[in-house]
Design a protein. Sequence first.
Length: 155
Amino acid sequence: ALGAGIHAMLLYLVLSLPLGTVFEPKLLQFEEMASNLGKEAFVTNFRTLRQCLYNLQGGPNASSKPTVLDGLAFDEKVHMAKLGGTAKDLAKSDTGIIRLYLAVYFDDVDAMDEMLDRLKDHPVYDPTFSRQHVRMTYMGFASLILMPTSNKHKQ
């Protein structure tokens, strides 16, 4: 159920569906469920998505910059400092995908460049279809946006 929740919430965001009053309560509900089950990786994903929502909405819950994750729901630097090994690699990939999405959305070319560099060493194949689809789509968008000014990401 938690995996389906992440897929649904991620696809809800990238399909540009209305962010009205339904999205945040669903994220909080899934986050609480994951926490109650002791599934910290899922908690991290739901908090990352919630911070993405806040950044899209702006306001007091948003991060210091819309393409950074350092707001009310999730602080990437604090969270990454607690992780190591495979958990840290997966979290860097997951947050990198969300930050790349935000970078394209907010047209932040520096963040696009940084996230493309972060994601390039992660395997292309991902058994989680929605995550792979979003990653590849936004890597493509960012590469096309950066192409006129940089040869770095033409692969």
